[in-house]
Design a protein around this ligand. Structure first.
Ligand code: SF4
Length: 376
């Protein structure tokens, strides 16, 4: 169906917003909220516009990265209500990797042609700041070219307490040791009333913003993320996107936006029963990708799906809904697995390439900063 036919069948108000987006104008938060609520023909009109804007930016190229996750500890005292990964230190499954164990995993990653290691862990009270620096130095000693994408803003905040200095100086120290970029995780939903329920001990919205801006100021790029589909409202989702867009306007430090649906499988989530979890299905995931593509147009060019959270099938579908990055091979993804995600810990590059091709797109391997390394 051509654009004019699609547009003839939808409400004037929606048409106006979509045409505005198609002409590369910035859509407002109110307009984005309206789009998050569309259904039926309007949903497909939204899909058309998201796909078109994505095409104008990226043609038919869908990127992926060969990377490895390393979760160095699952011991954490933060007590986030949604988390099924963290354990107390005395639990039989609690772990803290030694630098030697991390080294072995990095060597495996190098042998596997990973260009990036993504390193994150719980907020473990046994750790000293030196441990984090030693991780970075150990990776760079194995191969200075491996990109270290590590430590959430929450971990950076904790490290600054261990270091006894400001967040800015902590970031400088990390960078000096070899840290390349930071995952924009621990963002969840950047609305304090939601954070007070799901992660009351995490950094506040304003602290998260400050840490990210300081990272960008220090020359450390970050990703941006949202974890949605728990107790937040649609309007909270838009407030979150608005915060990310405002940061990007000032710093241009985000490399990508990653949309992470909340995995609700484990009974631990009964901790949230006072705030019933609403069911969310595939169309809601796809709608958020589309709205993100329109809302971030001209600011964040890379919209990433998470095959771990969505499953490879829905992740593949998302490649026609404004998404241009399939994320990475991951190897050993523990956090989603602990939460009950059923889609495994690893997808080999060949399978990712096939998934992308079958979606009608052209696969390309990229590095962390979205430089294309190889087309397929
Ligand atoms: S989400 Fe992170 S900070 Fe929160 S409890 Fe889990 S491991 Fe700890």
């Amino acid at each position: 169906m051509i654009a004019s036919q699609i547009f003839n069948q939808i409400k004037t108000e929606t048409k106006k917003i979509l045409k505005k987006a198609l002409s590369n104008k910035e859509i407002s938060s109110e307009e984005a909220l309206k789009l998050l609520k569309v259904h039926g023909k309007e949903f497909f009109a939204l899909r058309y516009v998201a796909d078109q804007i994505c095409y104008e930016k990226k043609r038919d190229i869908v990127t992926f990265i060969i990377n490895r996750n390393i979760n160095f500890t699952n011991i954490c005292f933060q007590g986030c209500k949604f988390c099924s990964f963290s354990l107390p230190a005395n639990h039989e499954d609690a772990f803290l990797l030694s630098i030697e164990e991390i080294r072995k995993k990095v060597i495996e990653a190098k042998n596997f042609n990973c260009t990036e290691v993504c390193i994150q862990g719980g907020i473990n009270p046994q750790l000293k700041f030196d441990y984090y620096l030693e991780i970075i130095k150990a990776v760079k000693k194995i191969d200075p070219k491996i990109h270290i994408h590590a430590f959430s803003p929450q971990e950076v905040f904790y490290m600054s307490k261990l270091y006894g200095d400001t967040v800015e100086n902590t970031l400088k120290e990390l960078k000096k040791s070899g840290l390349d970029s930071i995952p924009g995780t621990a963002a969840e939903i950047l609305v304090d009333k939601v954070r007070k329920v799901i992660c009351p001990n995490k950094v506040s919205t304003s602290q998260w913003i400050d840490i990210i801006k300081l990272a960008h100021k220090t020359g450390i790029r970050t990703t941006s993320t949202i974890m949605y589909g728990h107790i937040e409202t649609l309007s909270d989702r838009i407030k979150h996107l608005e915060i990310l867009r405002e940061i990007q306007k000032k710093t241009n430090g985000f490399t990508e936006f990653v949309s992470l649906p909340f995995v609700k499988e484990k009974p631990i989530l009964s901790k949230l029963t006072d705030y019933p979890l609403k069911p969310s299905y595939g169309m809601e995931d796809l709608k958020l990708f589309c709205v993100a593509r329109l809302f971030f147009n001209n600011y964040i060019d890379n919209i990433q799906c998470s095959w771990v959270k969505l499953g490879p099938k829905l992740a593949q579908v998302s490649l026609n809904y404004g998404v241009n990055d399939f994320s990475g091979t991951l190897m050993e993804e523990n956090i989603s697995k602990s939460a009950g995600a059923e889609f495994g810990e690893y997808l080999p590059p060949d399978e990712i390439i096939e998934i992308i091709k079958a979606a009608g797109k052209r696969p390309a391997q990229r590095d962390t900063l979205y430089n294309i390394m190889r087309y397929y």
